[in-house]
Every structure is written in C-alpha cells, then in structure tokens.
Design a protein around this ligand. Structure first.
Ligand code: BGC
Ligand code: NOJ
Length: 813
C-alpha cells in the first residue's frame, strides 16, 4: 500500500513520516506515568504533569492558523538561513526530513545546507520530565559555525485560566535563570511545591525568557526577532508571557558531530515553608541535571524506555496471515490503549485538556485494553474510578486526574456509567486472579464514611439498573447512554431551543435504552462468573435471574422484526425502528444485545447482524445509524444536531464497530468479522490517505459516513475507546485468547482462509506459546487442545496444570 507521507517500519515499531506537510498534524503520545507530552511530526504539542488542565507546563494554541501551533522548537541560523528540524514554524524548505514516531518517543531528523539535526524526544519511564537529545552533524566539506536557539512557551499551569484570564496572567509570570537552566516558577509563590525547569546539558551562550523580546510583540513564532537578529537578549521575564530559550553558538568541522540534550522537567518540592526573598529550592532540579550531565545517561534512559515497551508488549504477541493485524495488534493498537489509559479523553489535538478529565465510562472501557500490560496500574484505576460512584448508584461522569475528584462538567445522569465498572473489574480479576480487590473499601463519593467495598459497588450497579426501568421494563436512559448524543428526555415548548438548554421533561423522564439493556446483560454474565469463582452461589443465581428477566423484556419489547430497537423516547415511541422515517436502525443495541446473549436461541442474533450488514456496513466501516437525521429534532437531542454522516448522526463511529466484530465472532462469522476489521483499521487506509487524513497508526474516533459531504475522512484521532475494543477484537476475537478465572480459554474465530496463527501470551506469570491450526478451513470451534503434548478437555487450559512455559496446539474443526 502506498502512502506518499510515510510508511510503517515494523521491526523497530516505528512509523516513518517522510514529508512534514501531512494531511493533518500526525501526533504521538509520550509518557506513561505522571508526565505526558503530545508531540506531532513537526515538533508541535505541549506537556503537562498528571492533569492537562491544572498542571499544564507549556502553551499550545488550539484551532490556530496554521493548525498545530506551538511546540518544542529548535531554530537554527546558519548564515542567512533560518530553519527548524521539524520544518515548522519557519517552514524553510529542507534538504531532507524524516520523523520517526515510535512507542513513547519521536525522532525528527532533517538537514539543510550540509548541516544535519536529529532530535530525539522522549519521556523516560518514571520521571517527570522530557528529553530532547539533539545531535548536530556537519556533513559539508567546510567548517560550519551556526546559531542554535531552543524554544518553549510556558503555560502558567492552570490552562483554563492561562487562556482566558489575561488581566491576571499577564502579571503573575515569574522565572529564574541559573547557569544553563531556566526555571519557570509562577504559582510557586502560592503553592511552593512545584516549578518547571528547562535546561541544556551544553553550556549556553545566552538565553531569553521574555517572549516579547525573543519573538517580538508584532511577530509570529515563524519569525522570532532574536533568531532573525542572530542573538539573544538575555532577558528575564516579569509577567506577560514567559518563555524558555537557550542560545548556543556552535562550530563543527567537516564530518564532526556534537550531541547535547534539553531537559524540560516538572519539579516538585515537598514540605517547604515560605522563604523570603522568593527563590525556589533548586535541589531536586540540580539532582536531575547531575543525573543527565552525561549523554550516556540519556542513552540509558532511552534504552530503559524501549525495554519497558518490549516488556509491556510481550504479554501478547500475535502472528496471523494478516500483516496489518500483526502490526496493529503487536504494537500500535496496544500503544494507543496505553494512551487512552493515561489520558482518557482529556488531551489530544481534538481535546483541549481543559474540557474533559478522565471519563467514568471511558476509563472503564479503556482498561479492557491495557489490563494485561499494566495490571497494577489497572487495579489503582478501578479503585479511583469506583470512588466517584455515588451511593444512589449514579456516577460522576468524569474526574480530574490531579485531584481524583468527580465532576459533572459535561453533564451527569448517564444511566450506563455504573455498569462499565463490572466489565472492567471482572476483566481485571480474570487477568490477575486478584479477588482481594473486591474487599477494598472505596466508599461512595457522597458518603463520608468509606465503608462500601468494591464488591458493594458492583452489586449496587446491577441493582440501580434493575430499579430504574421504564414502561417497557427496560433500563431508563437518563441524560444518555454510551451514545452521549441520544438525549431522549429533552423536552421544551420554547421555539429554537437547543439540546444544551432544553429542560428535561422531569415528570416523564421515561426514555429507555436497549443499549443499556445489552450492556446490563453482558455485565450480568460477567458478574455471574465472578460470583461463582468466589463461591457466592446464591448471588450468582440472583444475577442469572436478573439476566433472564432483562432478556425477557428485550425479546418481548425490543424486537422490531428484523433488528433490535435502539430505545423508546420520552413519549414511549420506539427509536431505531422501521416505523421511524430516519434513524430506523442503530448499531449499538445490535452489538451489545448479541454480546449479552440476546437472540441466541431464536435466530435473532444472526438476523440482526445481517441487518447491520445490509443497512450499516460500508467499506470504511459501519455507520452508527441509518438513515441519518436530515433536520434537528429537539426530542432526540444532540444526535440530530450534527449534519448527516458526521459523529453520532450516521458517522462511522469507530468505537462501536468492534462490538459488531465481537458479536460476529461470537456467532462464528470470522470472514465477515475480518472484512469489517479491515474496513475501519487505520493501517489499511494508506492508499486513500488523502481522503482519510488521519494517522495510519492510530484510530480516530470517527470516519465520516457515506451520507457525509466528505465520506471516508477521519477525525478526532488518538483518544477513543476504539483502541481497547479493537485490541479485544484481535486478542480475544480472532486469536481467541480469553483470560478466565481458572485458566486461559482458547476460543479463536478466524477467517476461513487462514490456515494458522500463533500467539505468545503471558498469563499470571506463565508463558503460553499457542499455535492455532485450521486444517479444515473453518472459523470457530476447538476440536482438540494439547498443552505440552497432553490432551486437554474443552477449550480452557487450567492454570493449575500449566508449567512456566507452555507449548499449546489448538485445532479448529
Ligand atoms: C460528542 C460526543 C462526546 C460528547 C461529550 C458530544 O458533542 O458528539 O462524541 O462524547 O460530546 O460530552
Ligand atoms: C465519545 C465519548 O468519549 C464516549 O464516552 C461516548 O460513548 C462516545 N463519544 C459516543 O457518544
């Protein structure tokens, strides 16, 4: 497949971008502990500690001209030519350019007039800093003297305030400069527990910290005054807009190379009292500088990062006949799962870091995609999320990562949130066997005494849905379910009211959701398994009865003839029915109900997935519903506020596609699941990249649907639940490796044309080298299973009889 902008390099898990003017800025997520950096292929992006809203370290300008404005910039002035290794912001035409996005790092290498600059940007594991290791090489045959300026623009930590409250922010900025380090210490006056250091490991020949002097009041960052003049001003910023810029004058002989690093660090100081005069405690900063005073320490940190990724990825590696699935499943898909784990939906090129914290629903789902890589972090995440559930059963829809306090800033009353906790917790326990987590006392967000255990939360979640059902005995939808835009209780008599301002018809908030019904069914199945595992048989039976009761309501009230309904609105009318003129069929209920066990004995599961194929499937993926709403309907809410084909109004919402893939595989349809898998896969879009525009190595939230003006165009790349669910499609669907309470289930579903696939899976400290053979060209059903040469009954390898290293052969037939 050809893509004029770049290509995958699988052995080193890199995407190599060979032209800077990509159809959109192509992003990489760096950091996976507490320090995070967004970095594009031209060096754009920003950094923050834990929380993109409250501890933003550098500034970024969203929705600017050009896109992707501000970042980690190096300016080189070589004679009269000024250029940046990342091409932007000066955009001088380069003699060569390459950006390698790898896992947790980016390396940008460019050359101009015989000088090559290579900048490796990464966040070392477990450190609150980023490093830009810079290598400069004179490839010309004459000595070269040039001027090098670094640049970051500091954000005054609270990004919301920083971008709105200038009457204050223009007076609070403070910096200190000492040797090769620039310290951004705004907020230190109040909190005295943090500051930012921007330092060079090479002795500097000058600096600037005042933006007005370095860039100029009337200049853009593509024409910084100091760079054009070829000399810094050695300024100290007082208020206005503090920046960090180091200046170096460098001479290189022909063939000579030199290396140094810039370190941008978030430094915390503990237990300090107010000291006047107001000078920061530089001890911790100096320790960082000491550590990295030698470039070999930087190399070591980089090796550690690569080792970490080797290790994380080694839990699951797959070799199928599909190179695209292998490259995504073995590297990129898992890396994206890690990004969603770290950032939920808070900070990307499409999420400003201000509006949204960690989502309750989102983070629970994201966990499904990373629990195998970082089980300990997953454990903590479950406890953090569950603590934002309230004693009623409803949950705060999101929380701020810095404070871990729940908030409903993007609205509350989502009646699906609580159920996702059951999916994440059971996935965690199946992966680790750690039932001890169930007894952790997390408490409820609105109750002072923290006595409720995690298990109490799970029980409450089931109860909440059971007790909050509507006229058809189906779960109430509240503000919305997974589909944030299906606001079926909106009601107003005012003309021109929008879904955002419409009052809810509180007396009659009876809209119901078949998607929540499906999610509830699945949650019951998962919880039932857990109860059995912990010997709570009565509870397991109760949960089975709840499943049966909901299933009954679904089958009697929710079937439309050829597919399942999506919902009932506040007027008790069906949504997602052939009776509707628009929005006749929706995707979410079909996937969830099949996964929850609906339609299993009456042929409806097959029938409903056939309806998905007929009405929703396109070569770019399944659209969310059909036909799209052509006009706005207040009583449907945000969904109809989008133009046809975009977002929830019949866009290809990638997140819900894998639900269909998994449902198809549950029914054994490997061929169709594979066709569908490729349809949404970014790595399969390289030959239509001009239309697609997004990164080929990570999922976008949405691809414009067939009814859109720009079908096939991707938007909102990076932070989407698609990552976790698609990873499940690969690992638990096609490869069929399903961690279970007592062992590892092998239940693959493959395209009939695949003769074989291999998987290495680490599970509870043991390694399983699994070969799945498909001699009869089928899709599903294990005919025989051998572990270390011994035949095993059924399709589950009991953990008790597994060795440290296991050779497993599973034959489909
Ligand atoms: C978007 C949804 C998103 C929601 C968050 C809506 O505008 O369409 O995809 O989840 O905002 O509140
Ligand atoms: C994106 C949100 O992050 C997610 O929670 C939601 O389910 C989808 N949009 C669908 O509306």
């Amino acid at each position: 497949m050809s893509n004029p902008y770049g290509h995958f390099e699988d052995p080193n898990r890199e995407y190599v971008i060979t032209r800077p003017d990509t159809p959109l800025p192509w992003l990489n997520f760096l950091g996976q502990d507490e320090y995070f950096a967004l970095n594009t292929n031209t060096g754009g992006g920003y950094s923050f500690y834990k929380d993109a809203r409250l501890r933003r370290l550098t500034r970024y300008r969203y929705n600017e001209m050009p896109y992707d404005n501000n970042g980690r910039y190096l300016f080189i002035k070589d004679g009269d030519t000024v250029w940046n290794p990342g091409w932007k912001p000066v955009k001088t035409e380069l003699d060569s350019y390459e950006c390698r996005h790898g896992l947790g790092y980016s390396r940008i290498t460019s050359s101009k007039n015989g000088l090559e600059a290579s900048v490796l940007i990464f966040v070392p594991p477990e450190e609150n800093l980023e490093i830009w290791q810079t290598t400069l090489t004179n490839n010309s045959d004459a000595p070269k003297t040039f001027k090098l300026f670094s640049f970051v623009e500091f954000c005054l930590y609270d990004a919301q305030n920083d971008s709105t409250n200038f009457q204050r922010t223009y007076s609070i900025g403070e910096v200190e400069i000492e040797k090769n380090a620039i310290f951004h210490k705004t907020e230190y006056r109040e909190r005295r527990d943090h500051y930012t250091m921007f330092a060079s490991t090479r002795d500097i020949d000058g600096y600037d910290t005042s933006r007005d002097d370095f860039v100029g009041v009337h200049n853009g960052i593509h024409e910084p005054k100091a760079v054009l003049a070829g000399q810094p001003n050695n300024t100290q910023a007082f208020g206005w807009n503090p920046i960090g810029s180091h200046y170096h004058e460098i001479t290189l002989q022909p063939g000579e190379s030199t290396k140094h690093s810039y370190i941008l660090a978030y430094v915390t100081v503990s237990g300090e009292k107010y000291i006047a005069p107001h000078v920061i405690n530089k001890e911790p900063a100096n320790a960082i500088l000491d550590k990295y005073s030698d470039e070999s320490a930087v190399d070591e940190a980089f090796a550690k990062l690569n080792g970490l990724w080797d290790d994380q990825l080694s839990t699951f590696q797959v070799e199928t006949p599909c190179p695209i699935m292998n490259r995504m499943g073995n590297a990129w898909n898992q890396a994206q799962c890690m990004a969603t784990f770290n950032l939920s939906r808070s900070a990307s090129l499409f999420e400003s870091g201000i509006g949204r914290g960690m989502g309750y629903r989102d983070s629970n789902q994201d966990l499904l995609g990373f629990v195998h890589m970082v089980p300990d972090k997953a454990r903590q995440r479950i406890l953090d999320i569950s603590a934002t559930q309230m004693s009623s059963g409803l949950c705060f829809h999101q929380y701020q990562p810095l404070t871990k306090k729940g908030n409903d800033e993007i609205g509350g009353g989502f009646m699906d949130d609580h159920l996702w906790l059951i999916l994440s917790t059971t996935a965690y326990i199946r992966e680790t066997g750690d039932v001890g987590i169930l007894d952790e006392k997390v408490g409820y967000a609105d109750v002072e005494e923290k006595t409720a255990t995690l298990l109490d939360h799970l029980e409450l979640s089931i109860r909440y849905t059971l007790e909050n059902r509507g006229p058809h005995n189906l779960p109430l939808i509240g503000h919305a379910d997974w589909n944030d835009c299906l606001n079926l209780n909106c009601f107003s008599t005012e003309p021109n009211e929008s879904f955002q301002t419409a009052s809810h018809n509180t007396a009659e908030e009876v809209a119901e959701s078949l998607m929540i019904a499906g999610l509830f069914l699945k949650a019951c199945l998962d919880l039932q398994g857990l109860y059995k595992f912990i010997g709570a048989d009565a509870k397991a039976e109760e949960t089975a009865a709840a499943h049966a009761e909901m299933l009954e309501a679904v089958e009697t009230q929710g079937w439309d003839g050829d597919w399942y309904l999506r919902a009932f609105d506040t007027y008790k009318e069906p949504i997602g029915s052939h009776k509707n003129e628009e929005g006749k069929i929706y995707i979410e209920s079909q996937g969830w109900l099949v996964m929850g066990g609906a339609g299993a004995d009456n042929g409806r599961a097959e029938k409903t997935l056939d309806a998905v194929h007929e009405h929703l499937y396109t070569e770019d993926g399944c659209v969310l519903q059909q036909p799209p709403y052509q006009t706005y309907h207040l009583h449907l809410g945000e969904v109809s506020s989008y133009p046809p084909g975009y977002k929830e109004n019949a866009g290809i919402f990638c997140h819900n596609n894998p639900w269909i893939h998994l449902a198809l595989m549950q029914l054994g349809n490997g061929d169709r699941a594979y066709e569908y898998y490729l349809s949404v896969c970014p790595a399969a879009k390289e030959d239509k990249i001009e239309t697609y525009r997004g990164e080929p190595y990570m999922y976008s939230q949405m691809i414009a649907g067939k009814d859109a003006a720009t079908p096939g165009e991707a938007k909102n790349a990076g932070l989407t639940g698609t990552a976790a669910w698609t990873f499940l499609t690969i690992s638990q669907g096609f490869a069929g490796i399903k961690p279970d309470y007592e062992g590892l289930q092998i239940d693959p579903c493959v395209p009939t044309a695949w003769p074989e696939l291999k998987v290495t899976r680490k599970f509870r400290g043991k390694t399983f080298n699994i070969t799945v053979q498909n001699p009869e060209g089928k899709s599903k059903g294990i005919k025989s299973l051998t572990v270390n040469g011994q035949a095993v009954e059924g399709d589950t390898i009991p953990l008790s009889s597994a060795a440290e290293e296991n050779e497993v052969v599973a034959v489909i037939g």
